[in-house]
Design a protein around this ligand. Structure first.
Ligand SMILES: Cc1ncc(COP(=O)(O)O)c(C=O)c1O
Length: 403
């Protein structure tokens, strides 16, 4: 490409649409962050699959255009869209959910600091905090997020941050998130929240007062089960610090994956609305089935998280978990008999996925650790996709008859 053309493209990129502040989430998902004017007329953002870019007078290492420095045109467009949809000042994507979670924690915390973390976190995050932090000289205490009154006793002079999840995995519990924000503000702590399970459609942490919203973008943000990615959204100065750390640790997202994620995100509202409705109907069906012992879903009136979820969320999400009267053996039989749900880990895609967390997301924990957090061997987790709800319920009806 001629240098003059490159300069024109860089100028266009600088003028990517900003946040479209007054528009709805659905409109922002389509238009925020998209180049304006369009690059060579292309309605869809092109992929700039180049590891490096011609020098154009950038000042400083972090401004040099290079994929690992997270500043290719595909990164810039995606960052603007992500910041806009959760009403943050800035955003950064990374190579996976764990890449952004680990990089963010290591940005906020240094040797000698102390973290308060919710006790039933996603297995990868739980392992990182409980097994690896010691090597970095970072202390932690696990807290019961449903009992804010107990957190004060865990505070230390070196406590720097709190870390929670909007909806926990796999028990789909929602803690009193308002109290978490209040506690963090009162005690001058950085508040971090993994918003993966809720998605920005159901909950927007920055608007609720959290400092950093984290996502495994692999799940609902992308929605198509064809990539891994992570994202952090927050104040511009905090995101800049995370970007610097990510530039050093190297967990960058490839431009082609940025392109796929940007494409997947555009349908998030449509997917989430359907998944919210479908999951609620399936949870209600299962709750009334005689072979089912217990259903965990915040949309059920019987669920302990229902009141807080109803107050805070747009919808209750597409994730539920349940136990059968027959325990682990019945769970395995059900999974093998179902025809539509695919027996696979991960979540948040258009296909319904079913798994036993003891063998997948929480396989890294000992049986005792799992039992302590309420994850039985027979617990089944369902990520409801966008298939017809009637077809899924029919499938469950048939399989449950035969276990
Ligand atoms: C809640 C939550 N956070 C983070 C992650 C990690 O994301 P990734 O697999 O994209 O690294 C997962 C993965 O399942 C998750 O469920």
């Amino acid at each position: 490409m001629k240098r003059r053309e490159l300069v024109i493209i860089l100028k266009i990129i600088k003028e990517y649409k900003l946040s479209l502040k007054n528009n709805s989430l659905q409109t922002k998902l389509i238009h925020a962050g998209e180049p304006e004017p369009k690059i060579l007329g292309s309605v869809s953002m092109p992929v700039f699959q180049s590891s490096t870019f011609e020098y154009a007078g950038e000042k400083g290492y972090d401004a040099v255009r290079y994929i690992r420095l997270n500043n290719t045109p595909n990164h810039i467009a995606l960052h603007k869209k992500l910041a806009a949809i959760e009403n943050g000042e800035a955003a950064i994507v990374a190579a996976s959910g764990m890449a952004i979670i680990s990089t963010t924690l290591l940005t906020v915390l240094k040797a000698g600091d102390h973290l308060l973390a919710q006790d039933n976190l996603y297995g990868g995050t739980y392992d990182l905090i409980t097994k690896d932090f010691e090597n970095y000289g970072i202390e932690y205490d696990l807290v019961d997020a449903n009992d804010p009154a107990s957190w004060k006793s865990k505070l230390k002079p070196n406590t720097k941050a709190v870390y929670v999840e909007t909806i926990t995995n796999p028990l789909v519990e929602v803690c009193d998130l308002k109290s978490v924000v209040k506690f963090a503000k009162e005690n001058n702590l950085v508040s971090m929240i993994d918003n993966t399970f809720a998605s920005p459609y159901n909950y927007r942490p920055i608007e609720a007062g959290f400092d950093i919203s984290l996502h495994s973008a692999t799940k609902y943000l992308n929605g198509h089960t064809d990539l891994v990615a992570g994202a952090a959204i927050g104040k511009a100065d905090m995101i800049e610090r995370i970007v610097h750390k990510l530039n050093h640790l190297g967990g960058t997202l490839d431009p082609h994956t940025c392109f796929l994620l940007q494409r997947g995100m555009k349908t998030m509202v449509l997917r989430m609305k359907y998944q919210n409705e479908s999951a609620l109907r399936i949870a209600q069906y299962l709750e009334n089935h005689p072979s089912v012992k217990k259903v965990n879903y915040p949309g059920l009136e019987s669920n302990p998280s229902h009141t807080v979820a109803k107050e805070l969320f747009e919808g209750f999400g597409g994730m539920l978990s349940f136990e059968l009267n027959g325990g682990k053996d019945a769970a395995e039989k059900l999974i093998s008999l179902l025809e539509l749900p695919i027996h696979a880990p991960s979540l948040g895609g258009v296909e319904t996925l079913i798994t036993r967390p003891a063998t997948t997301s929480h396989a890294g924990l000992s049986t005792e650790e799992r039992e302590k957090t309420g994850i039985s061997e027979g617990l089944i987790r369902l990520s409801v996709g966008i298939e017809s709800t009637e077809d899924l319920i029919e499938d469950f009806k048939g399989a449950l008859k035969n276990i």
